[in-house]
Design a protein around this ligand. Structure first.
Ligand SMILES: Cc1ncc(COP(=O)(O)O)c(C=O)c1O
Length: 483
């Protein structure tokens, strides 16, 4: 018998015991209330959070699937979309919806592009969309799910997409171009104006992924920061995704997808009039849709307001610039590119940056790891403000530890080159064994052995055959989601 078999509960427990058990489960999670987590959490402070939580609770059971039964939700959704559209300078004819997150917004945007092309460009039988290599994986996932071929253009030294390379990729099957404002890895904004001109020239759709920056860039622009044109003010931009659950500081499950016209949005919808169950239509991916994130998103925009968002943006930019200056003045560390807002990464030509990441994580600071080049990633949000001094202190300590551990650093590189060499000639079966070993390392790391994190990640990055890495990652995912 499987030792890990979990039985369906025979008897219901009382609410107190269930909540106690849930709290126990949560106690092992990374803590974010001390301002040491970057990305993942966007918390606006307790006063605003209270209104968002109450709104969430109020609409916990309502279902946005049926807009005539729950017309309040339809109104709230339309209003959130309109408020975000206002920020993004959409023209009078705009149309949009709320989805459950950036990935869903991008998925429906790509579906819209595909179906628009089926209708307007039926000769493009094998539709292709072009994006920078730095585009968020949600785009690749969307292309995969919609059967549209994604083609990736390289970026320049400044990490913005190379427009000439994008143009080279345009062929008779191309239906759309995508850009990021800003991209997740480096926080830079692709040259939206030039790409829009290309889109107009070749009669293509043009989506701007502003999931991360959509609710931040307008505010920092008003504060006087230089923000390159990225929104509907640029002629040729046909859709934009902007997440309310990121810099909108709302509860998870809310992102706006906005089109320049109703005509274009129609291709996002799915309707079926021949189903025995009745007439069925749905605007986005989901059927049943929780009303909670919609109401919470509305409450966030209303309670925080432009003045509140401006204040938060100002504080976030102050913290960001302070941290960036601290990084730049640390010998061997360097911020990559010229990030526009509060998302950026830094690398090192002197230290093992992943080991610095491990040391930071040992001190309670959680930074994502990036590859090509190896780097650490930061998304600074309001909950990090006021903690910038502590962060730089922890960074200094971490760099000092890594500096004194040259041999360990070297050994991880040696290990990496061994794996790199092995991956070139190892038979498939052997490589699978190696991948199982990686899974073990990653799982051990999850249990708190942070020292192995840098080594495992370093090895993965060094492997030339990315299909092997994919296989390792599938193993890891499979293990993670197994009881
Ligand atoms: C630029 C960008 N686009 C899309 C997404 C996907 O958003 P989500 O995780 O809400 O699906 C992210 C997430 O970080 C992002 O940074």
């Amino acid at each position: 018998m499987n030792r890990h078999f979990i039985r369906f509960p025979d008897k219901g427990l009382d609410a107190d015991s269930v909540i106690t058990e849930l709290k126990a489960h949560r106690s092992g999670d990374a803590s974010w209330r001390n301002g040491r987590m970057f990305g993942y959490i966007y918390h606006p402070g307790n006063r605003e959070a209270k209104a968002i939580e109450q709104a969430y609770q109020l609409f916990l059971n309502e279902n946005a699937l049926n807009p005539s039964l729950f017309s309040s939700l339809r109104h709230l959704e339309n209003e959130v979309v309109a408020m975000v559209a206002d920020l993004l300078h959409a023209g009078n004819g705009f149309a949009g919806n709320l989805t459950t997150g950036g990935s869903e917004s991008i998925l429906v945007a790509v579906k819209t592009e595909r179906d628009w092309a089926r209708n307007h460009k039926p000769e493009k039988r094998e539709p292709e969309i072009i994006a920078p290599v730095t585009i968020h994986p949600a785009f690749s996932k969307a292309a995969d799910m919609t059967g549209v071929r994604a083609r990736y253009a390289p970026v320049n030294e400044d990490k913005r997409v190379n427009v000439a390379e994008v143009e080279k990729l345009i062929n008779r099957n191309t239906i759309a171009i995508t850009a990021s404002a800003p991209c997740f890895p480096y926080g830079v904004i692709d040259p939206v104006e030039e790409l829009a001109a290309l889109a107009l020239k070749h009669d293509l759709l043009f989506h701007v992924d502003s999931c991360l920056g959509g609710l931040m860039l307008a505010f920092i622009e008003s504060l006087g920061f230089k923000v390159p044109p990225f929104d509907f003010r640029v002629r040729g931009v046909t859709s934009i995704s902007a997440d309310v659950h990121k810099y909108g500081y709302s509860a998870k499950g809310a992102s706006a997808i906005i089109y320049h016209s109703h005509e274009l949005r129609k291709f996002q919808y799915f309707v079926i009039s021949s189903w025995p169950g009745g007439l069925y239509g749905s605007p986005t991916m989901l059927g049943t849709r929780s009303g909670a994130p919609i109401a919470a998103g509305w409450a966030a925009l209303k309670t925080i307001g432009r003045d509140g968002y401006m204040k938060m943006a100002e504080a976030v930019m102050k913290t960001t610039r302070f941290i960036q200056e601290g990084i730049e003045s640390t010998p061997g560390l360097k911020v990559i590119g010229k990030p526009v807002m509060s998302v950026f990464s830094f690398t090192s030509d002197r230290h093992d940056i992943y080991r610095i990441g491990d040391e930071l994580s040992r001190r309670g600071w959680n930074l994502d790891k990036l590859q090509f080049p190896p780097a650490l990633h930061m998304t600074v949000s309001f909950d990090n403000t006021g903690h910038e001094g502590e962060f730089l202190e922890a960074l200094k300590e971490s760099v000092a530890v890594v500096d004194g551990q040259k041999i360990k650093t070297a050994s991880s590189h040696v290990l990496a080159s061994v794996v790199k060499a092995l991956s070139r000639f190892l038979p498939e079966k052997w490589f699978r064994k190696l991948s199982a070993r990686f899974t073990a390392i990653m799982n051990r790391d999850e249990g708190g052995g942070a020292a192995t994190g840098a080594a495992a990640y370093g090895m993965m990055v060094a492997i030339d055959n990315r299909e092997n890495v994919d296989e390792i990652m599938l193993d890891v995912l499979d293990k993670l989601y197994t009881v």
